[in-house]
Structures are given as C-alpha cells and as structure tokens.
Design a protein around this ligand. Structure first.
Ligand code: CLF
Ligand code: SF4
Length: 520
C-alpha cells in the first residue's frame, strides 16, 4: 500500500524489551489457555489423522498451511483480486509490479474475478498437487467483498475439488460470516496482533469503519472487538480458523502469549506467529523507524512457549498475494495474465485425483520410514537437542544441492524424533558456475544455530567453510526422506558423543532473512 498522504509517520516507542527479558518471560509462561478451542491436534506431525476428528482431518490433510506435513507435497495459490484495505498496519506497504520483493501485500498484477477464475483452472491443470485457492490481498479480501465472493463463486462452481481459503484483518468479518459459509470457504485466517488496544495503537495508526476514520486506542479497540467476535462466529459454524500474528520485538512480543490464550479459548485451530518483515526500502512505518524483527531464537522461543495446548504453524513463508506453488517456491511468473489468457485449459478432475493418489503413496511411504527409524531410537536416554538445516525441493526428501538452495528447512532433533521448526531463506550460493563468498557468509549466518546441513550434493569450498563455522555438511542421505535420515543422523550423533569422537556444543543464534522467496 502506498501510504496515505494524511498519515504521519509515528515514532514507535521502543518498549525496551531485551532478548533476555523475552526469554525469561517465556520461561515463566506455563503454556497457553487450556479450555475451549479445537484442542491440541496432530496437524503438525504426520500423514495420519492422529487425534483429529475425521471431519477436521478431511479439511486439513491436503492444506499446505494447515498441515506442516502436507506442505511438502501440496501447493496453494493466491489470486490478487482484493486491492483495497480498510485499516493501516505499520508493517504494510502494498506495492505492484515489484518482482524483486516478496512479502504479503506485494503483487505484480491485479485480477478481475473472471481472470482469477481462469488462472485457477490454468494452474490447477498444470500443477495437479495445487489443492487450495486463497484470497489474501494485496489489500483485505473483506474490504473488497464483491470481488472476493464473486471469485469464490466462480471457483466453487467450476473446480469443486479445490479448497477455498481466506485471509483477513477481521474488521469486517462479523458481517460476512454467512457468505463465507455459503461458498464453503472452510479455512479462514485472521491476523490478530493484539488484544490490548494500547498495544494495538502502536501497530495500527487508523482504521476505516462504518464510513468513519478512527485512530489510536479507539481504532484498536474496535478492531480487536471485531476480530474476536468474527473468530467466535466462525468457529461456532465449524469453519476452521487460523490466527496469524506478527511478532514485533518490544511492541507485542510478550503480549502474543496473551493473544494465544485469547484465540485458543475462542476455538482457533492453529496459531501462526510470524517474524516482522521490516527494512527501510519497504517504505513501511516500522521499516522507516528502524523497528527490528525477531532473531531465529526469539521467534522459536515464543512459538515453543505457546505450543503447550495449541498447534503452532512454523512453516509459513509469508507469501505474496499472488503466490503460486509449494510454500517456499514461487511459480507465479509462469501464470501471468497474458499467458493464462492464451492457455487452453482442460480441467480434468480425474487426472488431478489420479496424480494426488500417487502423491499419497509417496507420503505414506515417508511416514512409514520415519516410524520405523523412530523405533530404533527407543531406549536412547539423552536430553541433547540439535537443529539441522535441510536443502530440499519438496516431497519430504533431501534433494537439493547446497549451492542451489534458496531456503533451508530446519528440524529439531531429540530422542523424541525429528520435528520441523522453521525455514531460513538464503541467497543463492551458486552463481552460475562459481560460488559467491558473500552469499556463503549469509547462508552461515542463517543456519548458524544448526549443527549440520543436509544436502544432496556440496562442493569442496563451502564444505570447508561450513566445517570452520562448526556446521557439519552431510551428503550421505542424498534423495532419502528427511525425517528418517535426520533420526538416523541423530542416533549416530549421540553415539559419537558417547565415544568421545565429538563434543556436543550448544549453537548460537541465527539471522532471519527478511521477506519470502521469490522466483529469481
Ligand atoms: Fe493462502 Fe493463507 Fe490460505 Fe495459506 S497462505 S490464504 S492459509 S492458502 Fe500460508 Fe502463505 Fe503463510 Fe498465509 S504460507 S502467508 S499462512
Ligand atoms: Fe496491509 Fe493487510 Fe494491514 Fe491492510 S490489513 S494494511 S493489506 S497488512
């Protein structure tokens, strides 16, 4: 969004929170609310329904955002039909034609509902593992209800196997709950950054509601009331709700524990705490005032503390409002309006289903391999935990070369097994035949908290530098399943500690690279 001319740049007061304060506060937090809600479920774990009710499992099993496990196999797409917004967030600046920047709110093209419908069919025919259509901006979908619901109607009628998904700031949500239900939109994300209007006033300079502009505390009070009411109305109707929260150190970082309780008690299924994306070149208030985002350790500590009773999403890529593909890849350049208008689209639901059946076979093989490996960990007694970084192009396998990786997936290994805990976007190391030393430094900073990096292949030079930095390059599991390999590695790691071959060292913090992946 271009900033409104009337809007002054507020100086955001530094709340004076230090990492130590935050970690201490998190350490004291005894888990989030325990009553109400959809309950703790297994969406982040395996390709099985776990303790989920069958109707919930049906909704999440192939949704790449609602199931961490599914995101290795299934893709989503966004259509940018909703340009306007009715509030201002201090971290947002909506931009068009910005091919080099990737964060929510940035798109290359706005679409009409009819163009969007054609694009969905074109993508679904080309990428059979695309299971979810989301409308997430670049403004707020419910500030553009006619375009948003027209798009859903067109897709609902022509591609009934595609799940419909909506992401909103929640201001207008209570007014649209019935229409959301009517079009079978069974996944709704609400961005809730606060439940305290004093904190809200530091994040939202204004809202526009019922033909009137509100500012400061009053604006934040209206927003939080409407968000929480909308959340309750949706969950009462059985619509699955995810809450996104932007972690803004010194503003709402400690407060997000309270937000977690509030949304859990109102039935939210999943909580996605994301790092603030903030840089001066984005032109946002927070970017211009130098508001920093969290480090990897700060983000993980907060997510861990909220995980007690509620599923935490840790695989969000903070995608563009026109993203296409697996989370972590962007194929939107293949589907520009010019290209899709020329495409002959043959929407063949049977071949999509046949392809997805093959994906399921692979997915199940992965889960079985993990379980089998996990059984071999039984009896291991150790409180050692390590992080590893993995280069992957998807499918849950170690199948990317170190030099070609644009992100690394991070797993935490312990005697409990291998758990996905996040991802790190990096600069490409391989620059067309030679390695870029500056990029290598930034890669090392991004995975500095990891004991090892799993790759399909790696050259001699980066290997040496990684070893110097205390990160072990591991290519022995090339093309194998990630979690099975990680558990095998961890068993060996414990054995090497016991034999005195290595010493377990607690690693330091790592950088979170600003912005999500863009196809370069
Ligand atoms: Fe899109 Fe959002 Fe639906 Fe997913 S994204 S509307 S729930 S289909 Fe997903 Fe992207 Fe994160 Fe959003 S990774 S920004 S959480
Ligand atoms: Fe930007 Fe979304 Fe906030 Fe609107 S609600 S200002 S589009 S981040």
């Amino acid at each position: 969004m271009m900033y409104d001319a009337e809007q002054s740049l507020e100086v955001i007061e530094e709340a004076g929170s230090s990492v130590a304060d935050l970690l201490q506060q998190i350490a004291e937090h005894k888990g989030c609310g325990t009553s109400g809600g959809s309950g703790k479920a297994s969406c982040g774990s395996a390709a099985g329904s776990g303790d989920l009710a069958p109707e919930i499992w049906e909704k999440v099993k192939n949704h790449p955002c609602y199931s961490e496990e599914a995101h290795h196999h299934y893709a989503r797409m966004h259509v940018a039909v909703a340009p306007a917004c009715n509030i201002q967030c201090n971290y947002c600046n909506r931009k068009y034609d910005c091919a080099n920047e990737s964060r929510p709110g940035v798109v290359s093209e706005k679409l009409t509902p009819e163009q969007a419908a054609k694009k969905v069919l074109a993508v679904a025919s080309t990428i059979p593992q695309m299971t979810v259509l989301g409308i997430a901006g670049p403004g707020d979908p419910l500030a553009n209800p006619a375009k948003t619901f027209k798009t859903f109607e067109l897709i609902y009628n022509t591609a009934p196997d595609i799940k419909l998904c909506l992401s909103t700031n929640g201001l207008m949500l209570p007014d649209h709950v019935d229409t959301i239900a009517k079009y079978n939109v069974d996944h709704v994300t609400i961005t809730i950054n606060m439940v305290d209007p004093d904190i809200g006033a530091q994040i939202y300079p204004w809202i526009f509601y019922q033909n009137k502009r509100y500012t400061g505390r009053e604006a934040a009070q209206i927003l939080t009331d409407r968000q929480l009411l909308g959340l309750e109305m949706l969950t009462e109707r059985g619509i699955l709700c995810k809450v996104n929260s932007v972690m803004i150190p010194g503003v709402n970082d400690k407060h997000l524990v309270e937000v977690n309780r509030a949304v859990k008690s109102r039935g939210a299924f999943l909580h996605n705490i994301m790092p603030l994306i903030s840089a001066p070149e984005h032109g946002t208030v927070f970017g211009l005032t130098g508001q920093r985002g969290p480090t990897a350790q700060e983000l993980k500590a907060l997510q861990d503390s909220c995980e007690g009773e509620m599923n935490m999403m840790r695989h969000c890529r903070q995608c563009r409002a026109d993203a296409v593909g697996l989370l972590g890849e962007d194929r939107s350049a293949e589907f520009t309006t010019d290209k899709i208008m020329e495409m002959e689209v043959d929407y063949d639901i049977d071949s999509r289903r046949a392809y997805q059946a093959k994906v399921e076979v692979e997915r199940q093989a992965k889960v079985t391999a993990k379980q089998t490996e996990l059984e071999t960990l039984a009896g291991e007694m150790s409180d050692v935990k390590i992080l590893i970084a993995v280069a992957t192009t998807g499918g849950g396998r170690v199948n990317e070369h170190f030099g070609h990786a644009k992100e690394f997936q991070v797993y935490e290994l312990s005697t409990g097994g291998a758990k996905f805990v996040g991802h790190r976007r990096v600069d490409l190391y391989c620059q067309g035949g030679f390695g870029d030393e500056d990029s290598l430094e930034s890669v090392i900073r991004a995975i500095n908290d990891c004991a090892a990096v799993f790759v399909a292949k790696i050259g001699g030079c980066p290997k040496t530098d990684l070893l110097k930095a205390g990160i072990e390059p591991v290519d022995q599991y090339a093309h194998e399943f990630i979690e099975q390999s990680a558990i095998a590695y961890f068993k060996d790691y414990l054995a090497r500690i016991r034999s005195g071959e290595i010493e377990h060292i607690v690693r330091g913090d790592a950088d979170i690279r600003q912005g999500a992946f863009i196809n370069g």
